[in-house]
Design a protein around this ligand. Structure first.
Ligand code: PGA
Length: 253
């Protein structure tokens, strides 16, 4: 199972800026085969970024999707549309979408299923708020998001899902979960997956960490045995810092 590092550009970069960033990332890490590298630009630059990374090992993700295939859904983008322009991954249930746009666990589940159905791989984001952590509810909240997010999927599909544990209080705040805090939650997520899907089916499902991942903390995070990669926001907007994260020091024991 190779590590998985994804850059979530969020609502940054015009098409032109995005293509320039993708080219720089490609120059720095585009031949790396030891890490699965994914970038998630805004919808408006997916096509051109795809062309910019063609022939490299970098893969394309969308930041969101709607669950219907087509129809009167003004402003939405469907799984077949993303597939047709070369997206292989889709981020679903990011905390910004849950919080700002009111996405429920049920919505996230529909998006995840629609993504898998189209032959793409969902990156399912889960994570607790600071209030939930302080109230000792971290595992309860994350378990609900994992269970509901994965509801109805078949055992053989779980290997195509990436789960991103992103404590909401660590996103964009500069405050990272300590490697030990993240490892504890990752460990629990893996136990639930093994219970729910069986060890053989679930052992290849990667659980990655997100929330203020930077060049300065990636090595310590990746040294934990159940942290299989990272979902990087702010630090993915600079090619050099994203490349440094991709080239983390392999210290896992
Ligand atoms: P951040 O964002 O790295 O800027 O904290 C992570 C994310 O939201 O995926």
């Amino acid at each position: 199972m190779i590590p998985f590092i994804a850059g979530n550009w969020k609502m940054h970069m015009t098409n032109e800026e995005g293509v320039a960033l993708a080219r720089r990332v490609r120059d720095l890490v585009g031949e790396n085969r030891d890490v699965e590298i994914v970038i998630a630009p805004p919808f408006t630059s997916l096509s051109d970024v795809k062309r910019a990374i063609e022939g490299s090992t970098i893969r394309l993700a969308a930041q969101n999707v709607f669950w219907e295939r087509e129809g009167a859904f003004t402003g939405e983008i469907s799984p077949p549309m993303l597939k047709a322009i070369g997206c292989e991954y889709v981020i679903v249930g990011h905390s910004e979408r849950r919080r700002i746009f009111g996405e429920s666990d049920e919505d996230v589940n529909r998006k995840l299923i629609a993504t898998l159905k189209e032959g793409m791989r969902p990156i399912l984001c889960v994570g607790e708020t600071i209030e939930e952590r302080r109230a000792g509810k971290t595992l309860e909240v994350v378990r609900r998001q994992v269970d509901k997010g994965l509801q109805g999927i078949h055992g053989r599909e779980i290997k195509d899902v990436i789960i991103a544990y992103e404590p909401v209080w660590a996103i964009g705040t500069g405050e990272t979960a300590t490697p030990e805090q993240a490892e504890e939650v990752h460990c629990s997520i893996k136990e639930w997956l093994f219970e729910g899907f069986g060890f053989e089916e679930a052992k290849d499902c990667r659980v990655i960490y997100g929330g203020s991942v930077k060049p300065e903390n990636i090595d310590a995070l990746m040294a934990e045995s159940n942290i299989d990669g990272a979902l990087v926001g702010g630090a993915s907007l600079k090619a050099e810092s994203f490349a440094r994260i991709v080239n983390f020091r392999h210290t896992k024991t």
